[in-house]
Design a protein around this ligand. Structure first.
Ligand code: BEZ
Length: 233
């Protein structure tokens, strides 16, 4: 018996395949405008674009309330409150927990250790912000945000992103260092070399003309080669 396959047979099969699940995580990139949001936080309702006006925002996620590593990290941010205020940076925490869980945790840590998380913490139970910022990374967890940090400048642009897994806490010294490095590069139009720390020399952009090259060669800058020169600021 001859079996005749209709001309549109394969086209129909393809059309009937379930469509791919929409991506659950979107990954903002360095240089992107920080996606705006309006959220419930431990200090009240908050609009990112308002909170971000004229200051840097450090938006960071943690996996869950009442967990040990998260408690150390949140306490670390809280204890550096004066550093961030002095350097024009506002903190904004997030986890996929309810506002009541957040309040209970903040209160518990305060009662046990005396450390108060005064910065707002987003209650992201519907995962809206976690998905918007690529904080939900399904290979790591389908329900808990990874440890992300977004450095957002006062114009609302993402300048640096860190992602850490659930089981490794972040480094507060590095968070503080990169904030100052980012601000230094903006203020002085320079770049920061390996392991740069405040007070150390910075890198000046390489000359882009022969005249610039001649000027650089004649300068008394600390120079490894014409394209790698450092200065104090
Ligand atoms: C913690 O914060 O201790 C933690 C949270 C999720 C997974 C592993 C550790």
């Amino acid at each position: 018996m001859k079996i005749t396959i209709p001309a549109n047979f394969f086209a129909e099969i393809v059309a009937k395949q379930p469509t791919m699940e929409p991506q659950t995580t979107q990954m903002p990139r360095i240089g992107d405008k920080a996606p705006d949001f309006n959220v419930t936080t431990t200090t009240g309702q908050l609009q990112l674009s308002e909170y971000n006006k004229v200051s840097w925002v450090i938006l960071f996620s943690h996996p869950a309330d009442f967990t040990p590593v998260c408690t150390t990290e949140m306490s670390g941010f809280a204890l550096e409150k004066d550093f961030f205020a002095a350097n024009n940076a506002k903190l904004l925490g997030l986890s996929i927990d309810s506002i009541h869980a957040h309040i209970a945790w903040v209160n518990a840590v305060h009662e046990k250790t005396g450390v108060l998380f005064e910065f707002p913490i987003i209650a992201d139970l519907d995962m809206h912000v976690a998905k918007l910022y690529g904080m939900l990374q399904p290979g790591e967890s389908e329900t808990a945000a990874v440890r992300a940090v977004f450095f957002i400048d006062p114009e609302g642009t993402i300048r640096l992103i860190m992602y850490y897994p659930l089981n490794v806490g972040r480094n507060m010294e590095e968070i503080k260092r990169v904030l100052l490095a980012l601000q230094t590069t903006v203020t002085h139009k320079v770049a920061c070399p390996l392991n740069w720390k405040p007070g150390e020399k910075v890198i000046i952009p390489a000359p882009r003309t022969l005249e610039g090259l001649a000027e650089r060669k004649a300068s008394n800058l600390e120079m490894v080669d014409w394209y790698l020169a450092k200065k104090s600021i």
